[in-house]
Design a protein around this ligand. Structure first.
Ligand code: PAF
Length: 273
C-alpha cells in the first residue's frame, strides 16, 4: 500500500492508474463501518484510495477536534490488510490556504437538524469533500447512511456542481448489541454505552410500531422519546429523502433521525424506512 502526504505525489500516482477509482474519505480511527465502505469500493472499483484527515473546518469551537481519536498506526494496518491501494494523509496546511474561495452548504438543508445543533458544520464538510474529490478524481465515493444529512448534502453538491463522481450510499454497520458504529463510541464508558443502546432500541421500537401500521410520526416520536428518557435527546425527527421534515411516514421515502448526548458524547443514528 502506498502512503501519500502531498497533493503532488498522490496526483502523480493517480495519473499512473488505469481503471476506476473508489474513494473512501475518513477522519481515521477506522472501524468496521469504514471497512464496509472499503470492501464495497474494492468490489466495485479497480483501485481503492482512502483518505485520513481530521478536518478542522467541520468542528465548531468547543467541539472535540483536539481529542478526536487518532489511531494512525492501527489505521494504516487496517487499510493495508484490507487491500487499500493508497492512503492519503494530508496536513491542515496541505489542504487549506489562508486565502481561498469558500463553498457554503445550502442553508435551508444544512442549518436544520445536525446543522441547527452544529451551525457551519456542513460548510466545513462540503469544503473538504470538494477539495478531496478534486485531488483524487474518484469514479465512485463511498459514504455511510449513518451520516444521512451529510450524505444528502454531498449528493446535492455533486449534482448542483456537476461533479464527475458517483456517490454510493452504504448501509449502517452496527455492533453486536445494536449500537451504530462511530469513532466517537470510543469516548463512552461501559455504563454510558449501556445507556447509548437506547438510541438504537428506540429506532427498533419505531420500526415495530410502523410494521403494525403506525405511520403518524408524532406517535412514533413519543414511543422513541419514552425509551430515551435517560438521555439528553437533541432531536427526533423524520424527513423525506430530500430532507424536508415530515409528519407522516411514507415507505421507501422517509428517514427517522436521532441525535442524543450520553454524558459528554454526542451520538447520531437513524432508520431508513
Ligand atoms: O464522515 C466523515 O468522516 C467526514 O465528515 C468526512 C466525510 C471524511 C469529511 O471530513
Amino acid at each position: 500500500m502506498k502512503i501519500f502526504n502531498s497533493i503532488e505525489d498522490i496526483k502523480r500516482y493517480i495519473k499512473t492508474l488505469n481503471g476506476t477509482i473508489g474513494f473512501v474519505p475518513t477522519m481515521g480511527a477506522l472501524h468496521n463501518g469504514h471497512l464496509s465502505l472499503i470492501n464495497r469500493s474494492k468490489e466495485e472499483c479497480d483501485f481503492t484510495i482512502v483518505s485520513i484527515f481530521v478536518n478542522p473546518t467541520q468542528f465548531l469551537p468547543g467541539e472535540d477536534l483536539d481529542k478526536y481519536p487518532k489511531k494512525e498506526l492501527a489505521d494504516k494496518k487496517i487499510c493495508e490488510l484490507s487491500g487499500v491501494d493508497a492512503l492519503f494523509m494530508p496536513t491542515n496546511e496541505t489542504i487549506y490556504n489562508a486565502i481561498e474561495p469558500l463553498i457554503l452548504a445550502p442553508s435551508q438543508k444544512a442549518y436544520i437538524l445536525e446543522g441547527l445543533n452544529r451551525p457551519g458544520h456542513f460548510d466545513g464538510v462540503l469544503r473538504v469533500v470538494l477539495k478531496l474529490f478534486n485531488i483524487i478524481s474518484p469514479t465512485k465515493a463511498y459514504f455511510g447512511k449513518k451520516d444521512a444529512q451529510q450524505l444528502y448534502l454531498i449528493q446535492n453538491m455533486v449534482s448542483s456542481l456537476f461533479l464527475h463522481v458517483e456517490i454510493v450510499p452504504c448501509e449502517i454497520v452496527r455492533d453486536y448489541d445494536g449500537l451504530a458504529l462511530s469513532s466517537r463510541n470510543a469516548y463512552l464508558s461501559q455504563s454510558e454505552r449501556e445507556e447509548a443502546l437506547n438510541i438504537s432500541k428506540s429506532l427498533k421500537l419505531a420500526s415495530k410500531a410502523m410494521m403494525k401500521g403506525e405511520l403518524d410520526f408524532s406517535k412514533l416520536r413519543e414511543i422513541m422519546r419514552e425509551n430515551m428518557k435517560n438521555l439528553h435527546v437533541e432531536y427526533i425527527e423524520a424527513v423525506d429523502r430530500e430532507f424536508n421534515k415530515i409528519e407522516k411516514i411514507t415507505l421507501k421515502n422517509s428517514i427517522i433521525l436521532v441525535a442524543a448526548r450520553v454524558g459528554k458524547t454526542r451520538l447520531i443514528d437513524n432508520l431508513w424506512v
